[in-house]
Design a protein around this ligand. Structure first.
Ligand code: CA
Length: 638
């Protein structure tokens, strides 16, 4: 079957285009619709509870064949709160599985629950909206956080530790009274909070939440269901839905838009995934012998090119945008998903929510695509997905150094790097990007070492003061570069992940809270607090100058001019239209200072290695002295 699934004949016969897959609740009755073209019979199993081990079947309802490979059943009465699974017989084998279109589930995502979604809306939900609706993509500033990391440490007095509701607690502090959590980010100046996976994933046992368990969550089980372990009660399906909505509303009310990390490129276990149980091996790519394609290195790749998988992804993303008011989507390993599906997703979401942003990891990967002529959503195919942005490993690697050997220095740690690459990345158009709106500029995310750890590994003999200068050099470059700035929460307070054995953790996806959590009392250190203020100053500066947030390549080429500097460690840029520079940015990645001539007029310093601000704090004429490992940004004085 896996090969047949991708044929035109199969797709013409079995592509269902309706919007009623799953359980459609009304107070009087619920209509169930399942797509299972290879099944010879199908039924709905109704249960009292969501516990997969509970022997509490209410009854089975036979489903009857309907159009395009679907099966339907109608059950009278108010089923809100009733749990269910679908049962099918395929090749004489009976299987029961969760509904791929489940809106919520019981504990550990094994049984779906029929739900009246309107009953889960927080007060004022109908008026809730993206606080940054209407801003250009290049005005967006993204911080990447993990729900558990954010509040689990003892250094914050947040009450809802590790939970959705912890994300929106205000007034929380460290023991010494420094603001933590939401208040910290409100004051920093970000527009969007990107949250690591919060759909239902499989690597944390929701039955054992009294024990510490940690995972990033890149192991999807139910794509349309909130993760249970972040809720206060994973046993009652409505609770996770309500609390996730409350979290979104709370972030919106505090001026922060919400980006969801979505992992459609693979599932936790291909054989166990409900869609693959109900329609064997339909959801995942296999080679001619039925072996799962594994470009994701997670055991399987999603067959996004198949009509009902493509539809599923479009339905799923638009559901999160409609139902949960999500303002942006970050696609994990989007290089495994075809560009037609990504464009269909963006088109559908933008019909109702024109401001929703889309970006992802566009690495080129080996995968067994089951249809000919399908392009994957990679950096190299950026021209096929003009509204989609990609993580710039180009800016990351030129600044930090290689992602494969953590001891090799980059520009910020004293290495001589290619100036054309530095110019192109600062101008927001690395070689693979069509426009600056396609470049997500970053030097830290959950993957690999934190920025500060990477700096320490590349320059083990430098002082802490020097490490901080290196960090500030990276921040000044990325946060004033053209494109969309992005950083891992905690980068602005020198986040580090010591592994407890004298090393630094570079892949902490299942490490302990001790490794992963944000320690808010880092801010007790005055240098760390200065770094926080440094980031805050850079973001204010970015916001104050339209020239730092240009939307098109054309505008960038008109406005930003790389300046010739006769030193391999130094790059500089004139910023201002028609050659009349209003700003100058200089980045010295060498350890030696350098003196440079300035264009005529008076220049105010707004950024150096220790301080960043909108208001100039020093005035210069004719010459500038730039210290080693140091950014300098100047504005022309009237
Ligand atoms: Ca889960």
């Amino acid at each position: 079957m896996p090969n047949t699934y991708s044929t035109t004949e199969f797709e013409e016969k079995y592509t269902y285009t309706g919007s009623d897959l799953g359980a459609n609740w009304t107070p009087e009755k619920t209509l169930f619709r399942l797509w299972a073209p290879t099944a010879t019979s199908a039924r709905v199993n109704l249960y009292v509870s969501g516990d997969p081990d509970a022997d509490d079947l209410i009854r089975q309802v036979r489903m009857k064949r309907d159009e395009c490979g679907t099966w339907i059943a109608e059950v009278n009465g108010n089923l809100h709160g009733t749990y269910y699974t679908f049962g099918v017989t395929v090749r004489r084998k009976r299987v029961d599985a969760c509904d791929p279109y489940a809106r919520t589930t019981g504990v550990n995502g094994q049984r779906a629950m029929v739900i009246d979604m309107r009953s889960t809306d927080p007060e004022g939900w109908d008026k809730d909206q993206d606080p940054h609706g209407g801003i250009p993509f290049t005005d967006v500033v993204i911080a990447e956080a993990h729900i558990r990391d954010f509040t689990i440490d003892d250094s914050t007095n947040a009450v809802n530790k590790g939970k959705y509701l912890g994300m929106i607690e205000t007034g929380t502090t460290t023991p010494s009274g420094i603001p933590t959590g939401l208040d910290h980010y409100k004051k920093l100046g970000i527009t969007h909070m990107h949250l690591l996976p919060m759909y239902d994933y499989g690597s944390v046992d929701e039955n054992r939440l009294s024990e510490p368990q940690f995972n990033w969550g890149y192991d999807p089980v139910n794509f349309n269901v909130p993760e249970g372990s972040y809720s206060s009660d994973p046993h009652h399906g409505e609770v996770r839905v309500k609390e996730l909505k409350q979290m979104v509303k709370g972030l919106h009310d505090n001026g922060i838009s919400v980006v969801m990390d979505v992992v459609y490129n693979h599932v936790y276990e291909a054989e166990d995934f409900c869609f693959n149980q109900l329609v064997p091996k339909y959801f995942s790519r296999t080679n001619g012998r039925g072996t799962y394609s594994n470009g994701s290195a997670c055991g399987n790749d999603t067959a996004s090119e198949r009509s009902m998988v493509s539809k599923y992804l479009v339905d799923s993303v638009s559901y999160w945008a409609d139902e949960y008011h999500i303002d942006g989507f970050r696609f994990d390993l989007v290089g495994l998903i075809d560009t037609d599906t990504i464009n269909a997703i963006m088109r559908k979401v933008h019909e109702k929510h024109p401001n929703v942003i889309f970006y992802g990891e566009g690495w080129t990967m080996d995968t067994f695509v089951t249809k000919p002529g399908k392009a994957m959503c990679t950096q190299m195919n950026s021209h096929l997905v003009p509204e989609f942005a990609f993580f710039s490993d180009t800016i990351r690697d030129v600044l930090r150094g290689s992602v494969f050997d953590m001891t090799i220095p980059g520009f910020i740690t004293g290495a001589v790097m290619d100036k054309n690459t530095l110019h192109a990345t600062y101008m927001g158009v690395p070689f693979w990007a069509q426009e600056p709106t396609q470049s997500i500029n970053y030097v830290s995310c959950h993957d690999n070492n934190t920025l500060f750890d990477r700096i320490m590994l590349a320059s083990p003999h430098a002082s802490r003061e020097m490490h901080i200068r290196m960090n500030h050099l990276a921040a000044a470059f990325t946060l004033t570069a053209q494109g969309i700035p992005f950083f891992q929460a905690g980068e602005e307070m020198l986040r580090t992940k010591p592994d407890g054995h004298g090393g630094l953790e570079h892949n902490s996806y299942a490490s302990s809270d001790a490794v992963n959590s944000i320690k808010w009392n880092w801010l007790d250190d005055k240098d760390t607090m200065n770094t926080y203020h440094y980031y805050q100053g850079l973001l204010k500066l970015r916001k104050a100058h339209d020239e730092l947030r240009l939307a098109t390549r054309e505008e960038v080429l008109e406005t930003i001019t790389p300046l010739h500097v006769d030193n391999p460690h130094v790059v500089a840029f004139g910023i201002g239209s028609s050659g009349e520079h209003q700003m100058i940015s200089i980045f010295n990645g060498g350890f030696d200072p350098i003196d440079l001539n300035l264009p005529s007029g008076k220049w105010g310093v707004v950024v150096n290695a220790e301080k960043a601000s909108v208001e100039p704090f020093e005035t210069l004429e004719r010459r500038i002295h730039v210290e080693g490992i140091c950014p300098m940004i100047l504005v022309k004085m009237a």
